[in-house]
Design a protein around this ligand. Structure first.
Ligand SMILES: [Zn+2]
Length: 196
């Protein structure tokens, strides 16, 4: 038996149904588990496995051992908008998300690697960017999906859930900065620009 034939045989299985027997032709699907609470935070998460499923009858091919997780998704259990006003870094992360979220060709998914690479070019390193993404995650404005596996975790996508809330938060940052500048200019406040 050639390797090709052996491969083909391994992906074909007989399904005996009462009315009609057919040959299951499996194709790999991501199959998500239920959302579960994270014990250590206000987030909940779910995991996906890659499972061969027959599109005709929905049957999953049996596995000898549990299939490994290949994706993890995280979302807020209770929305908690950030207590912080946007600083320069938080503002830039928000703008990048909004720019992608409002572009005409956009879906609600932003590719993680491209987002992190763009922010990195603007001197916002990945761990700093992820800190802000974490704030937005807790706010329920975004959800996030990671690739999981032997290579570790990598951000695959950010899923935009409430771009309007993100936009108004970003705008409060602009107003705050405008206020700081006007007050310190108008009243001759200290060079630190603090609103007293
Ligand atoms: Zn089938």
């Amino acid at each position: 038996m050639t390797d090709d034939l052996r491969d083909w045989r391994s992906t074909v299985d007989l399904a005996a149904t009462e009315s009609l027997a057919h040959i299951c032709l499996f194709s790999e699907n991501l199959v998500w588990g239920d959302w579960i609470e994270s014990p250590d935070s206000e987030l909940e998460r779910r995991f996906a496995r890659r499972v061969p499923v027959c599109p005709q009858c929905g049957r999953q091919r049996k596995a000898l051992r549990p299939r490994p997780h290949v994706r993890r998704e995280v979302r807020a259990r209770n929305r908690q908008p950030p207590a912080l006003t946007p600083d320069v870094i938080g503002g830039r992360v928000a703008v990048e998300l909004l720019y992608r979220g409002f572009s005409p060709r956009s879906t609600n998914e932003v590719a993680g690697p491209a987002l992190l690479a763009t922010l990195d070019k603007r001197s916002i390193h990945n761990n700093l960017a992820q800190e802000w993404l974490d704030h937005f995650l807790h706010a329920g404005w975004i959800e996030a999906r990671w690739l999981v596996g032997r290579g570790g975790n990598r951000l695959e996508a950010v899923i935009l859930r409430d771009t309007n809330a993100l936009l108004s938060w970003w705008l409060t940052g602009l107003e705050y900065q405008f206020l700081r500048v006007s007050i310190s200019a108008g009243l001759g406040r200290g060079a630190d620009g603090e609103i007293k």
